[in-house]
Design a protein around this ligand. Structure first.
Ligand SMILES: C[S@@+](CC[C@H](N)C(=O)[O-])C[C@H]1O[C@@H](n2cnc3c(N)ncnc32)[C@H](O)[C@@H]1O
Length: 312
């Protein structure tokens, strides 16, 4: 298996939390390079003093390194790590420089390197995701094919959190529905909703890279007459009601807008939430129920959880 090294330059204060995030993201081994180690008295069990190479250590702060398997959702894993580290600021943890670098495959190569691990994949009853650079023959007449060039945005379609959202959309979206996709990334969920017959879909993301990528993929799949893509923070300033709201974002972020989602939904509307790790399952469930939702279904895949909640 091929590994990619992720390195995060941060503070002593954030070491434990970031190490946990890396472990949760599936990192194989975490290495901490702390300049304090250079000045510590050290000797081996045989009494020899051994030396560390100062070039391996940062002048200030700490560098945490971890190794991630190179697979079709390496991009998503790195994005999710960055997002989780940024979120530490919400808990008043000083993350310092918070400089994230990826090596082994460098950043430019990385944009294309993962392509060879990314093939057409059937991810639900009806949907198959096909990378733009692959040719694919439709297997059955009712198969829905999403062509995708995720670039550097999250959403190759193969990540468990995305797969569960698409499966949930298949159950919830009725022809003629209006849909809002919060944190659209590559636009994949909005495209899926349009292909399921939604009459209008709003695809929102805070990250301009995601907005550009979603616009490109929406055109590629010829659903631009249904899907509008815009830069937006969660549901801020959105006032048109919807039948379905879908959000594949981290638990902490979902909890910030459950009330907004409840108010924007039509009666009997669905709120599909994903991106939730097992440890946060109960907290999100409580948040949804407290806002007034009924949990219709809980989906799980690997260590991830998704909810289909309904406004009655
Ligand atoms: C895990 S990705 C999901 C991408 C895609 N929807 C999928 O399911 O594959 C989460 C996305 O949420 C976006 N995001 C994070 N915080 C946000 C916010 N406050 N408002 C809007 N989008 C946000 C990120 O930029 C990222 O593209």
């Amino acid at each position: 298996m091929k590994w990619s090294e992720i390195s995060i330059h941060t503070t002593h204060e954030a070491v434990e939390a970031i190490s946990n995030i890396l472990h949760e993201a599936g990192a194989g081994g975490v290495v901490i390079e702390d300049p304090f180690d250079l000045t510590k008295e050290r000797d081996t069990q045989f009494g020899e003093i051994y030396e560390l190479n100062p070039d391996d250590y940062p002048e200030e702060g700490v560098v945490i390194k971890a190794y991630l398997p190179v697979n079709s959702f390496l991009g998503e894993t790195v994005e999710a790590i960055k997002e989780a580290v940024n979120n530490l600021m919400l808990y008043n943890i000083d993350v310092g420089r918070n400089k994230v670098t990826i090596s082994e495959v460098n950043e430019e190569e990385w944009a294309t390197a993962w392509k060879k691990y990314y093939n057409p994949v059937k991810i639900s009853e009806r949907f198959t995701i096909v990378p733009t650079w692959e040719t694919y023959e439709r297997v059955s007449t009712d198969e829905l094919i999403i062509e995708l060039d995720p670039g550097m945005a999250f959403g190759t379609g193969t990540h468990p959190t995305t797969v569960m959202c698409i499966q949930a959309l298949e159950k919830c979206v009725q022809p003629g529905n209006t849909v809002i996709d919060v944190g659209t990334g590559s636009g994949i969920l909005s495209i899926a909703a349009a292909m399921l017959g939604a009459k209008s879909v709003r695809a929102l993301d805070l990250d301009p890279v995601a907005v550009d990528s979603a616009k490109l993929n929406v055109k590629l799949n010829k659903v631009q007459h249904v899907v509008t893509v815009a830069q937006n923070n969660l549901l801020d300033h959105i006032d048109k009601p919807a039948n379905v709201i879908v959000a594949n974002i981290l638990a902490e972020i979902i909890l910030r807008f459950v009330d907004d989602a409840y108010h924007l939904l039509e009666r009997n509307g669905y709120f599909i939430t994903s991106g939730i790790i097992q440890a946060k399952k109960q907290e999100v469930k409580d948040g949804l129920v407290n806002a007034g939702f009924t949990i219709e279904e809980t989906l799980t895949m690997e260590d991830w959880v998704a909810f289909i909640a309904r406004k009655s």
